[in-house]
Design a binder for this molecule. Structure first.
Ligand code: SGN
Ligand code: CA
Length: 536
């Protein structure tokens, strides 16, 4: 009997260690790419610990590299995802706004990896209208997806799941790593969250995570845009005027009616009810226990004017941060999985967001503008084989660089049509000759939040922006003297020389990245045509 038992243990041990050698003895690196949705660097403690602590995500900084000058090319969801996949700017990759459909015939980094022997998988947010192509495994949220009990699109149709979206996506990612993946191949896993996208519905366990906290108010919450162009005044994303008391701040429509509040958009109350009705009866009870007293409090104080803006800001932040708590916990689960399965050393983990987000700066929520809070995005990379722990990089990097970086890590040639550069040289040596300026171009106008079309250049110190279409306006900022971008100094005589130099540099950049006024006109024409079709 003993003999049989010993043989069994021995065989089990052999087959188990066999499994480990087979999967871990590869000379190719694995890649885990995490893209969250609307995660502001101001709400990630590796960048700034004033409002939240995110110990699990922070691990990627303490065990890897934090990029403190990472930016996007077009601060909005679908466009950023298309940039990440293709390494090309929006005007060349078929997705300039959230209405465009991704052209899946293009070259993307997952497709190339797959051709070179990688296994590829994506779980979570996709938001590119077409089905994912270039992935061995995919389960993605339809469009924006839901926080509670989300549906997923899969190669075998739409499936409904139970649970909270951030947990569900993580379960799927870990299930892929544990059960589905081919252990003879290196893998590239895109683990993309819906969180912390509007309308910020936290998980049941985080509903009260920030209950007794007062969140510090940004200095520019009551910005009057005195020196800015009309673009800022016309944008419809002020906490005061455009944030929904119902859908965003979770005040019941009946109470709003009783207090005579009218929402900025008529569908907000319906959206609130639709989200609430997705909860199970038990969850609804738990929800009401938390948000009921908040509603009572709102009725009692019935804030107006500035007091109402401050009240909405606190509510907004508590839900937004609550949603991030779940992201942090789940990223921790995934990192633990890598640790426990001997995958940490040979896996590059990237954490980023599709763009930044305004947390009350200039009075706003949402993104889209080329101002810092929205233009910048968190970017952390851990790869023990090539990146020293606790390093900080301050070069101007951008999401066009993601695809080239991943290919470089995998030892694959970077196609010349990709416009970004591999970040790998920045891992080893801080004295790399790197780009001196970034280009940006935003298009989705007219559209939700009404942020006007604009493009511009950012150098380490300055930013020059042109707003166009139904406005013609330039803005210039000296980021060293005015990091909060409160003083538009365009045409200020002290900056004449700098201004003309930046104009010239901007034109050079547009030429370099193959953008132009004639393309702008072409896009305006096709967007107007599409708008008409949508209206009919
Ligand atoms: C929804 C949101 C907007 C947000 C867009 C795009 N409204 O329309 O506030 O800007 O998505 O976001 S909501 O009330 O329906 O949440 S993006 O991240 O996908 O670009
Ligand atoms: Ca987004």
């Amino acid at each position: 009997k003993n003999w049989i038992y010993i043989t069994f243990v021995f065989l089990a041990h052999v087959s188990c260690s066999d499994k480990i050698t087979k999967s871990e003895n590869l000379d190719k690196s694995n890649i885990v790419f995490i893209i969250t949705d609307d995660h502001a660097y101001q709400a990630l403690s590796a960048y700034d610990d004033k409002v939240i602590s995110t110990p699990n995500i922070d691990r990627l900084a303490s065990e890897g590299m934090l990029f403190n000058k990472a930016f996007v090319t077009n601060s909005i969801c679908s466009p950023s995802r298309a940039v990440a996949l293709t390494g090309k700017f929006s005007h060349l990759n078929s997705v300039r706004d959230n209405l465009d459909v991704f052209d899946t015939t293009q070259v993307t980094f997952p497709k190339i990896l797959r051709k070179h022997g990688y296994e590829t998988a994506i779980y979570g947010k996709w938001h590119l209208k077409s089905n994912p192509i270039g992935f061995d495994y995919w389960e993605v949220l339809p469009d924006q997806g839901h926080y509670y009990h989300p549906e997923f699109l899969t190669s075998y149709g739409e499936v409904k799941t139970e649970g909270y979206v951030t947990d569900v996506i993580t379960d799927k990612a870990i299930h892929y790593l544990e059960t589905l993946r081919d252990r003879t191949k290196p893998f590239m896993l895109m683990y993309n969250h819906k969180a912390p996208h509007r309308q910020w519905w936290p998980s049941m366990q985080d509903l009260e995570a920030f209950k007794n906290r007062r969140i510090p108010v940004p200095e520019s919450l009551f910005d009057d845009y005195k020196t800015k162009s009309r673009a800022s005044i016309d944008a419809e994303m002020r906490i005061a005027d455009h944030m929904a008391l119902s859908a965003d701040n979770k005040i019941a429509p009946e109470l709003l009616e009783k207090l005579n509040y009218k929402e900025f958009l008529s569908w907000y109350e319906g959206a609130y009810l639709e989200r609430f009705n997705r909860l199970t009866p038990e969850e609804q009870d738990q929800w009401i226990k938390v948000y009921g007293p908040i509603n009572d409090d709102f009725e009692k104080i019935n804030p107006k004017g500035k007091a109402l803006t401050l009240w909405k800001f606190q509510r907004y932040m508590k839900d937004y941060l609550g949603v991030i708590k779940s992201v942090d916990r789940n990223v921790g689960r995934l990192l633990d999985y890598l640790d426990d399965n001997n995958l940490t050393q040979n896996t590059m983990v990237v954490y980023t967001s599709d763009q930044g987000f305004f947390l009350g700066e200039h009075g706003w929520f949402d993104k889209r503008f080329m101002y810092e809070e929205s233009f910048r995005t968190p970017l952390l990379m851990r790869y023990p084989e090539k990146i020293k722990p606790n390093t900080i990089n301050s070069d101007l990097v951008q999401n066009i660089d993601f695809a080239p970086t991943v290919l470089d890590i995998a030892g694959i040639d970077i196609p010349s049509e990709m416009q970004g550069q591999s970040l790998v040289p920045l891992f080893m040596d801080n004295k790399v000759d790197w780009r001196k300026a970034l280009y940006y171009h935003y298009y989705e106008y007219p559209g939700i939040h009404m942020v006007k079309r604009h493009y511009g250049i950012r150098t380490k110190r300055y930013k020059l922006i042109r707003f166009y279409y139904d406005i013609e306006a330039w803005e210039l900022y000296d980021l060293e003297k005015d990091p909060n971008e409160m003083q538009n100094i365009y045409n200020n005589p002290e900056y004449t020389e700098i201004q003309s130099k930046l104009h010239k540099q901007l034109e050079e950049l547009r030429l370099y990245y193959k953008d132009s006024d004639s393309l702008n006109q072409m896009f305006i024409n096709s967007d107007l045509k599409r708008l008409k079709q949508l209206e009919n």
